[in-house]
Design a binder for this molecule. Structure first.
Ligand code: F6R
Length: 616
């Protein structure tokens, strides 16, 4: 969703850093962009509906240097906006400013009480030009300054007036050597350099400049100068920490390389993703699974008799697979809850319940809220998170990192691979070696990257299929057992990047409704890999065939019968049913990708969607 960047220092041009930082955040999804920066004493304040490149062009063409600023330092902020309040127009783009255009504010999130604040400010004579909630902030700061407060106090008073979820960065040309930031439930991080500091809502905007960062916590406000950062907590009960931590990923991992889209690159990273999710953890030679991230809670884990997995979207579907894996392998009852539902439900917990939050970004607002909901019950909170140092990684008691590297495409692919791999590892870990599947699955996990490579070799055939089916209006994805959550994920992938209507269902449910949709124009993707439910799946395929529905089957190598039934077949290598989703999903991801490419769509940035959903 929205992105924030900022710079203060004497080493870089604030404008260059901000423009490059905004480019690094483009993958999050946005519809307009803007900057307020000062270099060499000249202020640039420009906004634009559309891409960061057009904004960069505007900056290069006219610079719009309408004010001079008394400072030798470079300083300023920028923003990419994903519209919530008000259309994606130039006037609604951030930064927003006060009447004399001295205070500039960018904000991610939602200010829930902005109408109330706006009315009070209007009564005082403040005029609003945009439809946004953010515009109240520069006017609020201005009103407190007019009451005689110093800038930092005015900033803190304004922030204290806000209700909602936000990350804010502010720059005032009367304080040209300071940036201000605040956070409540929406991430913002301060990058630490030599006589320079950076701000970003996502560390990926900083990694070319520094790996040393300070994550702001909820209710914290920061006064950031080139040579020092001062942080205060507005929550009287908590002291600000301001701890500097080191990020552990490399800048080049974000490069697109030889691929036309990040999504394709990330699908092709499947073998490497499984490898890094198992490295040092899965040890078949000594029949052990070792999850360092859970060591600290080892004792508590032995008492767990119920697990609730909570997540959104693709991570939720990974969670459904976690339910199958943990229940079968470790014998512990699991429920999987959409975070957006779970956070509002009233349900009983016992001390022996553990909650596992799954999130690629670690910043999904609903998943954060779900974890916060259980904070007061004193129950164990675990995370399966990809983004190191993200909010969910920090607010959980322990967890297992995905180590999948930055995922840039809005559609999640490699993160799902890592999440499911880790859920299998957690299931094995919780079984404490007692499951009969323990040794076989450890062995299978260690050879899975090779099998994933073989699936990727089927890409030319999948591409042809995508061409054949690209004009279909609807699709059904069906599976049973471990392949049922996989069917749901296949349908989500297709609809989010190709805008084709797709439904996922359990094949056993077909006769209870979905079968009514089937005719010669409604293809079904049947997940028919080898396993105890294959015969039942084949009966479902027969029923569809009898109703003239085209069938694309995904089957296990060596199953010659399937070609008699299905219109088209993609084969995957033989693998135990518990791990089949990890191979089948690669086919589904490639299928969705090539259909979207065929339709000429913006694969990495599908319309209306954002990478990190930081508002409810
Ligand atoms: C789908 C997709 C989304 C995310 C969901 C949760 O391809 O990317 O459904 O899976 O928004 O995001 P995280 O995992 O970051 O919490």
């Amino acid at each position: 969703m929205c992105g924030i960047v900022g710079y203060i220092g004497d080493k870089n041009s604030a404008t260059d850093f901000v423009i490059n930082g905004l480019r690094a955040l483009e993958y999050r999804g946005y519809d307009s962009a803007g900057i307020a920066t000062t270099d060499g004493g000249k202020l640039i304040y420009l906004k634009n509906a559309g891409r960061v490149n057009s904004l960069a062009k505007l900056v290069a063409e006219n610079g719009n240097t309408y004010q001079t600023v008394d400072s030798k330092l470079s300083c300023g902020i920028g923003h990419t906006r994903w519209a919530t309040h008000g259309r994606p127009t130039k006037v609604n783009a951030h930064p927003h400013t006060n009447a004399d255009k001295k205070i500039f504010v960018v904000c991610n999130g939602i200010i829930e009480n902005y109408q109330e604040l706006k009315s009070t400010l209007e009564e005082k004579g403040y005029k609003f030009v945009s439809e946004t909630d953010t515009e109240v902030i520069p006017h609020l700061i201005d009103s407190y300054l007019k009451e005689g407060e110093d800038f930092f106090t005015a900033f803190k008073m304004a922030v204290s007036d806000l209700r909602g979820a936000y990350a804010i960065a502010t720059y005032c040309i009367d304080k040209p050597e300071v940036l201000y930031a605040a956070r409540l439930s929406s991430p913002i991080v301060i990058g630490v350099g030599e006589n320079e500091h950076f701000i970003a809502s996502d560390p990926s905007a900083l990694i070319n400049n520094t790996k040393k960062v300070i994550f702001l916590n909820d209710f914290e406000v920061a006064e950031i100068k080139a040579d020092k950062v001062h942080i205060e907590s507005l929550d009287g009960a908590k002291a600000a920490t301001g701890e500097v931590v080191e990020l552990d990923y490399e800048a080049e991992e974000s490069d697109i390389g030889k691929y036309p889209h990040f999504m394709l690159k990330e699908i092709h990273e499947a073998p490497a993703t499984i490898e890094s999710a198992t490295r040092g953890r899965v040890k078949p030679s000594i029949n052990t699974v070792k999850l360092g991230g859970l060591e600290a809670v080892k004792q508590q884990l032995t008492h767990i008799d119920r697990i609730i997995i909570t997540a959104c979207g693709t991570s939720y579907y990974a969670g459904l697979l976690g339910e199958y894996l943990i229940e079968e392998i470790a014998g512990i009852p699991v429920e999987v809850e959409l975070a957006s539902e779970f956070k509002y439900r009233s349900e009983p917990f016992t001390r022996n319940t553990a909650v596992i939050a799954i999130s690629q970004s670690g910043e999904t607002a609903d998943t954060i809220a779900a974890i916060k909901k259980v904070e007061d019950y004193g129950i164990l909170k675990l995370g399966i998170v990809n983004a190191t140092g993200s909010t969910i990684a920090r607010i959980t008691d322990a967890g297992v990192y995905c180590h999948a590297g930055p995922e840039q495409s809005v559609a999640s692919t490699k993160a799902f691979m890592a999440q499911v791999t880790i859920l299998a590892e957690i299931a094995l870990h919780l079984s404490d070696g007692k499951s009969k599947l323990f040794s076989p699955l450890l062995k299978e996990l260690s050879v899975l990257p090779e099998k994933a490579k073989k699936v990727l070799e089927a890409e030319p055939q999948i591409k042809e299929l995508a061409k054949k089916y690209a004009d279909c209006r609807d699709f059904l994805f069906m599976g049973r057992g471990y392949l049922y959550p996989c069917a749901l994920e296949g349908a989500l992938k297709l609809k989010e990047i190709s805008y084709i209507h797709a439904e996922g269902c359990s094949a056993g449910e077909m006769k209870h409704g979905p079968l009514a949709m089937i005719d010669e124009n409604f293809p079904t993707v049947a997940l028919a890999a080898e396993g105890p439910l294959l015969d039942k799946m084949l009966s479902n395929i027969e029923e569809i065939k009898a109703r003239k529905g085209p069938i694309i089957a995904i089957a296990t190598e060596g199953n010659d019968n399937i070609e008699r039934l299905a219109t088209d077949v993609i084969f995957i290598p033989k693998v135990r049913e518990q791990l089949q989703p990890l191979l089948v999903v690669i086919v589904l991801q490639l299928f969705a990708y090539h259909i979207a490419v065929n339709k000429g769509l913006n694969v990495d940035r599908p319309r209306n969607l954002a990478k990190s959903v930081t508002v409810e």
